[in-house]
Every structure is written in C-alpha cells, then in structure tokens.
Design a protein around this ligand. Structure first.
Ligand code: P6P
Length: 335
C-alpha cells in the first residue's frame, strides 16, 4: 500500500528516539497493538455472540463486570505475557498486581497499567468503548515486580495510549515525543498512521460533564458549568454539552475538535470516580503531549503522588485555555 505507514513500521522508525533503545518498548507497543486487533474483532461482533451482558460478578470497584470486560482483560494480559517485555500488570479488573515471572519476562524492564475495556456499560447499547494503557520502566532492580513499580508519578510514564472502538477503531499513543493516531484498516488487519502529530486546539466549544451530578458539585464546578451555558458570542458561548459516558470516546473527540472533559468530585465519588493509574495518568500524558492540559482542578495530574493502586482523582482535561478557565473558577470558589 503506497504511502501507508503501519503501526509496526512507525514504532520501528521512531525507535531511535528512546535512550538506550534495544527494541523492548517497541516490541511491547506492538504486543498491545496485536491485543487491540483481537479485542476489536469481538467488540465489533458483540451482539452476534454470547459476549454481551454481565458476568453476574462485580470488580474491585464494585461495578458490574461485563463479559467483554473479561474477554478484553484476558486478551491483553495474554498478549503482554507472551510478548516477554513486561514483568507485571495492574488492571482495573484485578484487585492485585499480576506478576509475570516466567523465564522470558522475569527480567523485563517495563510494567503496564491497563483499563482493558473502559466505558463497558455502553457495550450493550452499541456506544464507543475503549482500552487505556500506561507503561512505566520498573524501578525495582530485579526479580518479581513490586507495587513501587506502579506507584510512580504520571510524569514518569515511558508511554501511554488508548484504543477507541468506535465508528472506526483507532490506536493513539505517545512516548513523550508527540501524539500519533492509527486507524485500523480491516482489509489488511493493520493499524495505519492516519493522524500524525495530533495537536488539541487551544480552545473549543464543547464541554463534557455528567450534569446529572450537578447538585453535588462543588461551587467552583457549578460556576464553571454556568459559565459554559452563558451566552457570549465573543467567547463562542454557550458551549455544546457532549457526554458519551465513555472516557476514551469523550477525550478522543475533544483531542480532535477541542473541548474540556471534567469528572469532578461528587457526593458518590468524593475523590473523583476515575482512577489515576490506568485512566487519568495515561490520558493526561497524551493530552499534554498534544498541547493540552490536565489537572485535578488545582494540581497537574502527572505530578500527583500515586499512593495506592486504584487511587482516584478528579480530572479536568482538554484544551489548555478551557482547563485554565475552569481552574480559575475552582480557585475563586474553593473554600
Ligand atoms: P458516569 C465508564 O464507566 C467510566 O469509567 C468512564 O469511561 C466515563 O467517563 C465515566 O465512567 C462515566 O461515569 O458516572 O458519568 O456514568
């Protein structure tokens, strides 16, 4: 295919960006790309096979586990184990670490944090869902990976990315040298470079927030939502409210069109709902690398200490000027 750059070719071309690159991170990213194709195949035919609905169990978050959650989790774990470049996995679906100790992986340099199927409540109604991944170099010297390998700040990530299973399936990732997007071409079974050097517009006209929680928002969030709804032609307001209920889909749309996504503290989620390790940190790394901004309303997400595996945080992420404006309200109305 003339002019088409596949994900594998791109990863190899860009490998020289990494210090002491010996190909491990490249192979790890390719392992993730393979798992994404396998999960995509099932997501695209969910409804035709017995993979919809719930398993009747709940995960560590107390959320219903969907059959496709389990399938995606197993596929990504299997691909990472087989690839040999990862010595441990932290998954939203698993309360504890998955320590990989077999011969080919025990000395691997990387660990992976994973939300194997984010937004899974949307699967049964055919709305876009996604996978989110975050890659760290291990900090433990050798032997089994440890919790400390995962309790690193988001600023220490070696790579981060997501797959959005939508009208088309895209893989978007960064290794700290910009953000690139690849669209799956089912006719050749390859992710092909379709969105080189993605840059989020500095401002946009879309805000994404679950306004159903408005009553329990803090005053700063309420005032910012009111600001978004006010009429002011000079600043393109009122903005449009777009909320899919799937973090990957909402952030991906804003990454391309401009906008802000907010999941603030609520009565039911006083520390925010979204998890730092495998949702907020990777999405924030990508947003910043694309020229956007990501904070908890006050602090840069990537600077927040990670103290526990499934730690949650409020998140304001997207176009830089919009996040800064929201932070003004948070500061002005913070008690
Ligand atoms: P709510 C999906 O369950 C998820 O983890 C994110 O993908 C999404 O942004 C958020 O929760 C939606 O939460 O409370 O608005 O339904």
């Amino acid at each position: 295919m003339i002019g088409v750059v596949t994900l594998d070719e791109f990863i190899i071309q860009r490998q020289e960006e990494f210090q002491y690159a010996k190909g491990e991170l490249s192979r790890l990213l390719r392992d993730i790309g393979l798992a994404a194709k396998i999960v995509n195949r099932e997501v695209n035919k969910a409804g035709l096979v017995d993979i919809l609905g719930t398993t009747g169990t709940t995960n560590v978050q107390g959320e219903d586990v969907k059959k496709l959650d389990v399938f995606a989790n197993k596929r990504f774990i299997a691909a990472l184990k087989l690839g040999g470049e990862c010595c441990g996995i932290a998954s939203e679906e698993n309360e504890d670490l998955i320590i990989i100790q077999d011969e080919i992986s025990k000395d691997a340099k990387y660990v992976v944090a994973l939300d194997p199927l984010d937004g899974s409540s949307n699967i049964d109604v055919n709305v876009s869902v996604g996978t989110i991944f975050s890659i760290y170099r291990r900090v433990s010297s050798s032997g089994p990976c440890t919790l400390e390998d995962f309790l690193q700040k988001g600023s220490e990530q070696a790579a981060a990315g997501y797959i959005v299973y939508g009208s088309s399936t895209m893989l978007v990732y960064t290794t700290g040298f910009g953000v690139n997007g690849f669209t799956l071409d089912p006719s050749i079974g390859e992710f092909c470079l379709s969105h080189p050097d993605m840059c989020i517009p500095k401002a946009g006209k879309i805000y994404s927030i679950n306004q159903g929680n408005f009553i329990s928002f803090t005053e700063g969030v309420k005032e910012y939502v009111r600001y978004c709804k006010q009429e002011d032609k000079a600043t393109n307001r009122p903005y449009s409210l777009r909320y899919i209920g799937s973090l990957v889909a909402d952030v991906h749309r804003n990454l391309i069109s401009g906008g802000i996504f907010i999941y603030p503290a609520t009565k039911d989620a006083p520390r925010g709902k979204l998890r730092m390790l495998y949702e907020c940190n990777p999405m924030s790394f990508i947003a910043e690398q694309a020229g956007g901004r990501a904070t908890d309303g006050f602090r840069r997400i990537l600077d927040i200490e990670q103290k526990e595996l499934h730690q949650r945080t409020p998140i304001f992420i997207g176009s830089e000027e919009m996040v800064l404006k929201a932070e003004e309200f948070m500061k002005k109305y913070s008690s």
